[in-house]
Design a protein around this ligand. Structure first.
Ligand code: SF4
Ligand code: SF4
Length: 477
């Protein structure tokens, strides 16, 4: 828009990760009066907008900020919350760099304007207001023209919602003081591996122990990659042969949802439909004995009820439990629940209340073997071998594949056709296919775009050949 509508030259490069929901897009934007030839990422930014509050904890957001730069955070926090919410490193950088700090609740403004969770138009308006790339009035006029052009085909209502969003944006900007005392804050602890050994990444000497298990891999490789620091890892940090352990998605705990469901167990009919539809295996039913329940956190205990359905279920207590860090806030479970037992609440609050409950729930024994898995309800007591993938919010593929893993477990062999499923199914370093306590799980392999039928057929033939050979050996002897 700037390059087309003004005399200014512009350059834009967009850096993406492989996540399809809550993924990170870094927009490296440059503007200036002369043609721009800069084949490298922005490393000294005059303006930085953080579109998700969780990024302040997940990434070192301020490392590339210039002196006197502008930093804007989309969040629902008040000015008084910033001391508590912003990590020490970020606060120190802001103070040392004498940054101008602003907050805006763009999500609230978007919802009010009828835009749902889409905050792009609001954050663009804020950019023009605070970045001083061009006179703001001119920019807004251009922005409104571009809205009419972009959304005109979708009807007047959509155009109006976006224009209302633009108009409401400016009033929502809150300027915040950056206390000078933040400049002398001590910075938090370094990353450590599963045994508590310090793991060096970023600056300083690199000493990497050989990866022994998924949790060590998570600390040594996955955490730096997820912190957008993967380029700094030497080859010695990785598992020899390029292998990635299974089930590493469980360590990500991305916290990308703005709202997360909570269950009212007095309304719940124990149908397990919420678990069936969840694309991320982030809500599940759990069964426990009264003895096990004795060791549960208080709120888990309070929210458990005698399991209904007869048979073996009579031996157990039941509870629906959400993993608040892994939920994407897609609302599918809320919509499918026939009893209105699930309601959405602010993610931060639900995380505080439910994190310990989830951790307790996943430590309970797997009771899938005791239950008939050929019903909707029974299938959801089986361990999902696909969990917390980076698929889109509300993905329609993953619930089906997850159900397959529940029905066929470690006997499942997947010949995956290249497409979305190869991105959410196998993007290094986060792998959502997982194993049971014996280290056994489904086998998964990916082929090229065009040859999946032959690829799967070949796998099937190979299995048959080996089984026939085994049968022949038994018969001969
Ligand atoms: S909101 Fe979506 S991701 Fe979260 S628990 Fe419900 S279905 Fe799963
Ligand atoms: S869909 Fe609703 S009623 Fe059914 S198990 Fe989930 S919370 Fe309970």
């Amino acid at each position: 828009m700037i390059a087309m509508g003004t005399e200014l030259h512009a350059q834009a490069y967009f850096e993406y990760d492989a996540k399809k929901s809550g993924g990170v897009t870094i927009s490296h934007l440059r503007f200036g009066p002369k043609p721009i030839h800069a084949p490298y990422n922005v490393r000294a930014a005059d303006y930085m907008a953080i579109h998700k509050p969780s990024y302040v904890h997940n990434y070192d957001m301020t490392r590339y900020l210039k002196q006197n730069a502008v930093c804007v955070i989309n969040c629902s926090w008040d000015v008084s919350d910033l001391e508590k919410q912003l990590p020490a490193k970020m606060r120190r950088d802001l103070a040392e760099k004498k940054a101008k700090l602003y907050i805006i609740d763009a999500t609230k403004i978007a919802v009010k304007a009828g835009l749902g969770k889409r905050i792009n138009m609001i954050m663009q308006t804020v950019f023009f207001k605070l970045s001083a790339v061009m006179p703001y009035e001119e920019a807004v006029e251009m922005l409104k023209k571009s809205i009419k052009k972009m959304y005109g085909k979708k009807g007047d209502k959509v155009v109006k919602m976006n224009i209302d969003g633009v108009d409401a944006s400016i009033e929502g900007i809150v300027e915040c003081e950056v206390p000078a005392a933040w400049a002398s804050l001590a910075i938090g602890k370094e990353a450590s591996d599963s045994k508590g050994n310090k793991v060096a990444y970023g600056k300083g000497p690199r000493m990497f122990p050989e990866v022994q298990n998924a949790s060590q891999f998570a600390n040594q490789v996955q955490a730096p990659c997820n912190n957008l620091d993967g380029n700094s890892l030497p080859v010695s940090a990785f598992v020899p042969g390029g292998r990635v352990p299974c089930g590493t998605s469980q360590y990500e705990k991305r916290g990308i949802a703005i709202q997360v469901p909570k269950v009212d167990m007095d309304k719940c009919t124990q149908c397990n439909k919420c678990s069936l539809i969840c694309p991320h295996a982030a809500v599940r039913p759990f069964l426990m004995t009264t003895q096990e329940l004795g060791k549960a956190p208080a709120t888990f205990k309070e929210g458990s009820r005698a399991a209904i359905g007869g048979g073996v279920l009579d031996n157990y207590q039941y509870r629906i439990q959400v993993s608040p860090w892994d939920c994407t806030g897609c609302e599918l479970c809320v919509r499918i629940c026939p009893a209105d037992a699930l309601t959405l609440g602010p993610a931060e609050k639900v995380i505080e209340e439910e994190e310990a409950n989830w951790n307790f729930a996943v430590s309970l024994p797997d009771r899938g073997d005791e239950i008939d898995k050929t019903t909707v309800k029974g299938s959801q007591f089986q361990k999902p071998y696909l969990e917390f993938s980076g698929a889109c919010e509300g993905c329609g593929e993953t619930p089906h594949v997850k159900l397959m893993t529940q029905l066929f477990g470690d006997r499942l062999v997947i010949a995956n056709a290249t497409g979305c499923s190869s991105i959410w199914g196998g993007s290094n370093p986060s792998f959502p296919y997982t194993t049971n306590s014996k280290g056994e799980g489904p086998a998964w392999a990916n082929s090229l775009f065009e040859d999946n039928a032959e690829f799967g057929f070949g796998m099937r033939k190979a299995f048959k050949q080996r089984r026939d050979y085994l049968a022949m050996q038994v018969e001969v002897r």
